[in-house]
Design a protein around this ligand. Structure first.
Ligand code: FAD
Length: 623
């Protein structure tokens, strides 16, 4: 029967060997936390993912959510409500949030590491946590003391859940086209009226109270995004003592039937049908979009994490299947039909797919956790200069983490289905569900096309290109230090060529931008983001390979094994799991540099080609 696997060894490698975690733990903010605490949390999270969340995932997908028209309620699949109660009681909701308001106050990086397992085990379930903390975080950042006192603790502990209500039928990517109205009242509150669609966990049976963060426009405020304000709109009006009072005139009028994440209700919400839906302004009027943008990093990293989580889960499923499934003799005996059948993992094409999955999956994990580390360092920084440096790195990485990780996550899931062959296409194994569940990550929280526009339009040009230069400088430092590496020299050479290809494209965009040719830049934004993602992933894998190489050498010394003695080396790799892990890291990075990164030059050439046929072609309807 189907199972799910999590590579805690690799998470620990990224957390403790790749990321300079001691710098973070040395900050005042995290003075009380040590490596052992983080390690224990990662191991505990794996158990929660395996024992609590995965067992309900497959059935949850089959059963889906039910909308009950009589009372506008939504029932989640069997076991979800109970799992949520257990999850929140065990304090997994607000891992990295403010302890003053019920959070646990651990590094964000750790929350990402744990969430990777939760999302991998059950992506639909995890969305409720993500949206709840996202909504609460907005209230924490911009709400007044009254709102904070009323909502935060209950939300960070999961007693109440939350949503983000942005989308309307005519306002998807074009958020500024929102028509939801907010009318000021004498008591300082607003009456909210309008319809929001596609609202994740907009209605459900996990908790009685659901708190919505709603974008709406006060009559007379400017058109477009500039006139939108943000409101807290609870399903039940809270009493002063924190208990739930009157129903707040908002209801769910239906749920979507979707490709995946069936256990996550995607709701249409109608606010103020009877003119009695009350909302409270969060922060400043007409600053709703700006406030949301300021808080978007966590949400976008959260969606990127879905890609990394799906990739890692899909790789685990494919790898374990490929080690068991017998088909055809090995390529060494391919002409002999009577030769014993080999596990499919022995076939070159399957090995190619698996190593591609591994490279992407582990690279994405490193990318997400590294971005989380920068975010933590920006928060915990002692000096303004340090804060700016880390903030800059986060800024540029956000659109890449969101879009590259979600697109590549999908690709890795697709490879997973392919490795399993016909069984991959069938519901008996989790491969097909992982693929379906993952697709949404490239669509919500700003489609990937919009992320690419953000990267080329804002992020690489910000501060006169300083943030871009910081990322490139990190890559250059690694390259300069290890260009002549005894084992990785060739791989570093290929990495250097890919890095140059990315540099050339950035320069090309700068020239086009200066000459006012924004169309060319926008047109090539998505391929540029993909190229950037490839090179960044290559950088992270090479960083891992250098570390793994040193650690493997230490281990060899300890065991008295001479690496030039092939037979002894083979024996060590056969007997020692850690040696295999480290050797696998080195080979994964080499594979990526030799087999994937050379494509960067072709991608760069296409980006620099001045062809705008797609803008000129007449698309006739197909009749
Ligand atoms: C399962 C699910 C859950 C969701 N959860 C939430 C939620 O909790 N809260 C919420 O508010 N919303 C939610 N959404 C909505 C989601 O954020 C939107 O679907 C998304 O923003 C895209 O909007 P759209 O679907 O209207 O597509 P459109 O905006 O119509 O876009 C269609 C295509 O056109 C492209 N496009 C559009 N405009 C431009 C442009 N200016 N330049 C270049 N390309 C462009 C897009 O990239 C996309 O490829 C959810 C959606 C789904 C399916």
């Amino acid at each position: 029967m189907s199972e799910i696997y999590f590579d805690t060894r690799d998470t620990k490698f990224v957390l403790f060997d790749q990321i300079p975690i001691d710098d973070l733990l040395a900050t005042e903010k995290y003075a009380d936390i040590d490596r052992e605490d983080l390690e224990a949390m990662v191991e505990e999270a794996e158990k929660v993912a395996k024992d609590l969340l995965f067992p309900i995932c497959t059935e949850g997908d089959r059963e889906g959510c039910t909308f009950n028209a009589e009372d506008n309620s939504v029932t989640t699949p069997k076991g979800y409500k109970e799992a949520f109660e257990r999850f929140r009681q065990d304090d997994w909701m607000g891992i990295s949030y403010n302890p003053e308001y019920g959070g646990t106050g651990l590094p964000y990086l750790l929350a990402l590491a744990c969430s990777e397992y939760f999302v991998g085990a059950n992506p639909a379930f995890d969305l409720c946590t993500m949206l709840t903390t996202e909504c609460a975080h907005l209230i924490e950042a911009f709400g007044d003391e009254n709102l904070k006192d009323t909502y935060l603790e209950k939300m960070y502990t999961g007693e109440w859940t939350g949503t983000m209500c942005i989308t309307e039928p005519q306002a998807g990517t074009d958020v500024g086209a929102a028509k939801t109205k907010a009318t000021p009242q004498e008591d300082g509150t607003y009456l909210i009226e309008g319809t929001k669609i596609f609202i994740t966990f907009g209605e459900h049976d996990f908790t009685k109270q659901i708190v919505h963060a709603v974008l709406a426009r006060v009559e007379g405020d400017p058109e477009g995004t500039k006139g939108l304000s943000l409101f807290v709109v609870p399903k039940y009006l809270p009493n002063e003592d924190g208990s739930l009072g009157e129903f707040n005139d908002l209801k769910c009028t239906g749920i979507e039937h979707k490709m995946g994440i069936h256990a996550s209700p995607t709701c249409t919400l109608s606010f103020g049908d009877n003119g009695k839906c009350k909302g409270w302004l969060i922060g400043d009027r007409s600053k709703g979009m700006r406030q949301m943008f300021q808080m978007m990093n966590a949400a976008r990293l959260g969606v990127g994490l879905q890609g990394a989580a799906a990739a890692n889960a899909a790789y685990g499923v494919a790898l374990n299947y490929a080690k068991e499934r017998l088909q055809s003799p090995s390529f060494k005996n391919m002409k002999d039909p009577s030769a014993p059948k080999s596990e499919i993992i022995e076939h070159p094409d399957v090995r190619r797919m698996l190593l591609l999955q591994k490279a992407y999956a582990e690279g994405l994990r490193a990318m997400m956790l590294t971005a989380g580390y920068y975010e933590d360092m920006a928060e915990a920084a002692k000096t303004e200069e340090e804060r700016e440096k880390y903030k800059g790195l986060v800024e540029i990485m956000i659109p890449i983490c969101k879009a590259y990780a979600s697109d590549i996550g999908f690709k890795v899931c697709e490879l997973g289905v392919q490795v399993l062959g016909g069984y991959g296409y069938c519901a008996e194994y989790p491969a097909e569900q992982l693929l379906r569940d993952e697709k949404i990550a490239s669509i919500y929280e700003g489609t990937n096309g919009i992320q690419a526009m953000d990267l080329v339009g804002r992020k690489i040009t910000a501060k006169m290109g300083a943030n871009l230069m910081s990322v490139m400088a990190m890559m250059n430092d690694l390259l300069n230090e290890h260009r002549e590496h005894e084992e990785l020299k060739d791989a570093f050479q290929l990495f250097a060529v890919a890095r140059d290809a990315l540099n050339e494209c950035s320069m090309h965009f700068a020239t086009k931008g200066q000459s006012g040719d924004f169309l060319t830049v926008l047109f090539n934004a998505t391929p540029y983001l993909e190229l950037f993602g490839d090179v960044l992933l290559g950088y992270l894998l090479m960083q891992q390979a250098v570390i793994a190489h040193d650690k493997l050498n230490e281990l060899l010394k300890e065991k008295g094994v001479d690496p030039s003695k092939k037979r002894k080396m083979r024996k060590l790799l056969k007997d020692d799991r850690e040696a295999r892990y480290l050797d696998g890291k080195i080979k994964t990075a080499k594979f990526f540099c030799h087999k994937v990164l050379p494509l960067a030059q072709g991608k760069a050439a296409a980006i620099k080609e001045d062809d705008l046929s797609a803008m000129e072609v007449v698309f006739d309807p197909i009749e």
